[in-house]
Design a protein around this ligand. Structure first.
Ligand code: ADQ
Length: 489
């Protein structure tokens, strides 16, 4: 009854993603505490208000007992979330293994982890089997909660096998799939042993979306070159059936950031920060502590800048906020110690008894503290080695209406295609280039800063997450109507 009422008012959207927007922490046999998770997908979709949205995904925790499962289902229902229960072995093989050890680095052009290349090759098949099994488990939960007419929107590289599983269960289901990472050149995708199955399965969706035209083009090329299918301006055609492929650049809920700057607690934070760093320009990095974010390269570029510009040494500070992810993975632990080691060395080299050039925090900041930081920043450094889009760059721009700070942005982030005209674009691997861009940004005249900021601010406030979701869903509905018309002809 509740379902029918809600359908009458707003279209129902089932968002299926590996992780729910909350993480569950067990507090007792049947008691759970839920915390909002940090990440790009969550940030984008929380801003989407025009649909009756349900989330389906893993809560990030193993719940082997029925009492715990029932209690969690109840707690999550209040947040409109529906859990998929995955056991430890599946999580290890599917999530840590196939998703994060194989697809994530490959899609970001980092190849497979060097030291366990052989081990990865050996365990590949079992990890891919677990990946398929996990996707089937997601499909079962979707099937259970699906109501005719719902739009099912599958997200990201964790669920590439899901469109096929869903269509096998219900051919009429409206299925869209969106990738939040880059889709690499077809030559990279070609190296995946499961390349055919993954492409075929994604093609079972009605609409396939990417952040940029380049990623969409790479996907279509992979389908034509590897599967031998026909690419058309609309997408990929296989025996008369068209899968629509298009670019849907994501955005943020910019109003939420702009409004937050007026709040007294954010103003207080800003005042504190301004006092704390008075007389110094503030540079900011906010990233998940991941290989793709190029954090060591960024810090080395800052070191080079200080090395070459002694007059700036006590006049600038870099605040690097890095929320730890995948802390149980040795490669990520190594990255953390590497970053700590570089920061320690630079602070030892250029610090004084009263001030250090780099403040590095290994943690997540709450929303208000983050907004205050964005607002007092003079130069933001987003130097990902590859990034599907990168929402931090958008969030920074949204909070800069009065300061008009400068964005230094990697040309390998999807955001370079939307914010490129206002940002200073850099190759993050080129430490010399990034260092000289820092100097250019810090010395940029006010009128140039204003012009660049204006360009980006207009983009960020008009291409919002709401618009992104609405466009994707309406395109999905149109695609289905067109397909029905085609079959009738
Ligand atoms: P992410 O790799 O998570 O997302 P990004 O788009 O930058 O990258 O989003 C990160 C989000 O987490 C932002 O909303 C940011 O505010 C928040 N965040 C990061 N560090 C934080 C910290 N220390 N404290 C608090 N919040 C923090 C993936 C892809 C991206 C793509 C998004 C959305 O890798 O390329 O843009 O999905 O599609």
């Amino acid at each position: 009854c509740e379902r029918q009422d809600s359908r009458a008012s707003r279209e129902r959207l089932l968002v299926v993603a590996n992780r729910l927007p909350v993480s569950a922490v067990r507090r007792g046999v049947d008691s759970w505490h839920l915390e909002i998770s940090v990440g790009g997908l969550v940030s984008a979709l929380l801003g989407v208000k025009e649909f009756e949205t349900r989330w389906i995904g893993w809560a990030g925790v193993n719940v082997p007992d029925e009492i715990g499962q029932r209690a969690l289902i109840k707690a999550l229902a209040e947040k409109r979330c529906i859990p998929v229960f995955l056991d430890e072995e599946i999580v290890h093989q599917y999530y840590n293994g196939y998703c994060n050890n194989i697809l994530w680095p490959l899609f970001h052009y980092l190849g497979l982890p060097q030291e366990d290349r052989l081990a990865t090759t050996r365990s590949f098949q079992s990890q891919f089997d677990a990946y398929k099994k996990a996707n089937q488990m997601f499909a079962e939960v979707v099937k259970e909660h699906y109501v005719e007419g719902d739009v099912v929107w599958c997200h990201d590289y964790h669920l590439m096998f899901l469109p096929k599983c869903l269509k096998e269960r219900n051919r009429k289901m409206k299925v869209g799939w969106f990738l939040h990472t880059p889709f690499p050149s077809s030559e990279i995708h070609r190296t995946l042993p499961s390349r055919l199955e993954l492409l075929r399965s994604v093609l079972a969706a009605d609409l396939v979306g990417f952040h940029t035209y380049d990623y969409a083009r790479h996907f279509v090329s992979a389908c034509t070159r590897i599967l031998g299918l026909e690419g058309t301006p609309e997408g990929v055609e296989d025996q008369g059936r068209l899968t629509r492929v298009a670019a849907f650049p994501i955005g943020i809920d910019s109003d939420r950031f702009i409004r937050a700057l007026e709040l007294p607690q954010v103003q207080d934070h800003m005042k504190e920060l301004k006092e704390r760093f008075a007389g110094r320009k503030v540079m900011l990095g906010v990233d998940r502590l991941d290989m793709i974010k190029g954090i060591p390269q960024k810090i080395l570029a800052f070191e080079k800048f200080l090395e070459e510009n002694p007059n700036w040494r006590d006049k600038v500070v870099l605040l690097q906020i890095a929320v730890p992810t995948r802390t149980d993975v040795p490669e990520y632990q190594k990255l953390t110690s590497q970053v700590h080691e570089i920061v320690g060395r630079i602070n030892g080299r250029f610090g004084t008894l009263t001030a250090v050039p780099i403040h590095h925090l290994d943690r997540s900041l709450d929303f208000h503290a983050l907004c205050a930081l964005y607002a007092v920043t003079d130069v933001a450094l987003v130097t990902s080695l590859r990034d599907g889009m990168n929402l931090v760059s958008y969030e920074f721009v949204a909070c800069q209406a009065s300061k008009k700070g400068v964005l230094i942005l990697s040309e390998f982030a999807g955001a370079a295609q939307s914010l490129g005209a206002g940002a200073i674009l850099v190759n993050p691997w080129n430490v010399t280039e990034v260092a000289s861009s820092i100097g250019y940004a810090l010395n940029m005249p006010a009128d140039e800063r204003e012009k660049r900021h204006h360009h980006n601010f207009v983009h960020v406030t008009t291409h919002t997450s709401q618009e992104w979701a609405a466009t994707f869903v309406s395109e999905l509905n149109d695609t289905i109507v067109e397909a029905q018309l085609r079959t009738r002809q």
